[in-house]
Write a protein that binds this ligand. Structure first.
Ligand code: MBD
Ligand code: FE
Length: 279
């Protein structure tokens, strides 16, 4: 028998979670009871020493100080695990189909400039390749969705995101685009580079201990929302990136890998209506 399962420990967990009072929030009590009991079971099972315990406390304290919890969770697969849970729930509810969802990540900022049909995302001049993306939003039934909002954000050519990277303008590479009557949208931007964890950060420090890298492939994030529809959180991952199937955040999924088609022939550009890429 284990210490964790002893009446004394179980009574301790109940008391910790306030199960002997009528105040507070029942959901929080349920979660805290479980988190504390499971953490204590780990301490017992893995024979965690006081020294290891305090090392972990320092690690977590510094993770908060450096604002890296949002990066650590995808790095340890927890954010992707939430995708798997949502997938399973939707399957069970008969809600199959549509573009796969994948992780949001820690770098979304609400309130990007909104435009109709198309947008140009690159506010800051950069020595990047011009990128044109176009698409059509439909329901899972395939019917086009007019007036849907495509909220898009991605990194610059150094793999950095505006707002978090203070050297960029506030909304650089972040926009919301409302789909047209056929559910279509398009945008002009620059081809992003993949993101890498800060080399001196807490997430990378843990990844080093696991013998892992902290790189993501080049990718573009999307929230897609339309009246009467569930919001989609997804990304496209660029096929020619060496990390496309080796993402430290486990965000690459079947159906979300896209080829970059490089167009250099002026005639082909004109034929595609891109001789003068829109602004
Ligand atoms: C990113 O750009 C990202 O999308 C995720 C999930 C984690 C870190 C950086
Ligand atoms: Fe990202």
């Amino acid at each position: 028998s284990t210490v964790t399962d002893s009446p004394e420990a179980q009574a301790l967990f109940d008391k910790v979670a306030g199960l002997d009072n009528d105040a507070g929030n029942p959901r929080i009590k349920q979660i805290v009871r479980r988190v504390v009991a499971d953490a204590c079971r780990i301490i017992e099972d893995l024979d965690i020493t006081p020294s290891e315990f305090w090392t972990a406390m320092s690690y977590l304290t510094e993770t908060g100080q450096k604002n890296e919890f949002g990066l650590l969770m995808p790095g340890i697969g927890v954010e992707h695990f939430i995708d798997l849970c949502i997938d399973a729930k939707e399957r069970a509810a008969g809600l199959a189909g549509g573009t796969p969802r994948t992780i949001e990540g820690p770098l979304y900022v609400a309130g990007a400039p909104l435009s109709k049909g198309e947008a140009r995302l690159d506010d800051d001049p950069e020595d990047g390749e011009v990128l044109i993306v176009e698409g059509q939003v439909t329901g899972t039934d395939g019917a086009p969705l007019a007036g849907a909002i495509v909220d898009v954000w991605h990194a610059n050519t150094l793999g950095n995101y505006s707002v978090f990277d203070k050297s960029q303008s506030t909304w650089n590479l972040r926009r919301r685009i409302e789909t047209d009557a056929e559910g279509r949208y398009r945008f002009r931007s620059i081809l992003p580079k993949g993101y890498g964890c800060p080399p001196e950060g807490q997430t990378q420090k843990l990844l080093d201990q696991l013998g892992r890298h902290g790189q993501r492939p080049a990718h573009i994030h999307f929230f897609v929302s339309g009246a009467g529809h569930r919001q989609l959180t997804t990304q496209i991952n660029l096929a020619d990136d060496p990390y496309v199937y080796d993402d430290f955040a486990f965000g690459t999924r079947d159906g979300l890998v896209v080829d970059v088609v490089r167009v250099t022939d002026p005639a082909a550009l004109a034929a595609a209506g891109l001789a003068e890429p829109f602004s």
